[in-house]
Design a protein around this ligand. Structure first.
Ligand code: 4NP
Length: 159
């Protein structure tokens, strides 16, 4: 059995929500001593190679995390075998991930907020076309999801 989980966070562009989820989860995993591989990706291809949106970088920076070095990429078929958990930010992206799975896929698919009590089935709202303050809501949501997921994986992973 594989002992080390590997988690891929997925949104549409990989420049707003999923990089923030990646950052929040890396911090949470470190805090609880969970050894885990972490990355993020987008279902869309518009922003491949780009750094996170400036508003996402700013909200992460206010939390003391520098995500300026992250680089957007698109989900690939290989991700479904490489990652144990693929975690979508919203229902549209979860539906898209289900269509991309092939016969070699082993990753468990979920929504980020499935890992938060009382929020199962909900999406992390897309802040891209909204006000900068929407990124504070995104950050709060991804921190809740990251904490819930890290706690579950920490309980499952043998020490
Ligand atoms: P994300 O936000 O999926 O959270 O990275 C978006 C980024 C870009 C676009 C839409 C959402 N876009 O249409 O370019």
């Amino acid at each position: 059995m594989r002992t080390r989980p590997a988690v891929l966070f997925v949104c549409l562009g990989n420049i707003c929500r999923s990089p923030l989820a990646e950052a929040a989860f890396r911090r949470e995993a470190q805090r609880i001593g969970l050894e885990v591989e972490v990355d993020s990706a987008g279902t869309g291809d518009w922003h491949i190679g780009a750094a996170p949106d400036a508003r996402a970088q700013a909200v992460a920076k206010r939390a003391g995390i520098d995500i300026g070095g992250y680089c957007a990429r698109q989900v690939t078929a290989a991700d479904f075998a490489r990652y144990t958990h693929i975690v979508a930010m919203d229902r549209d992206n979860l539906a898209r991930l289900r269509t991309l799975r092939d016969d070699h896929a082993t990753a468990e698919l979920s929504l980020l907020l499935d890992h938060v009590d009382g929020r199962a089935g909900s999406s992390v709202a897309d802040p891209y076309f909204g006000e900068a303050s929407g990124f504070d809501t995104t950050w709060a949501d991804v921190c809740l999801g990251a904490a819930g997921l890290a706690c579950k994986l920490g309980a499952q992973t043998p020490v």
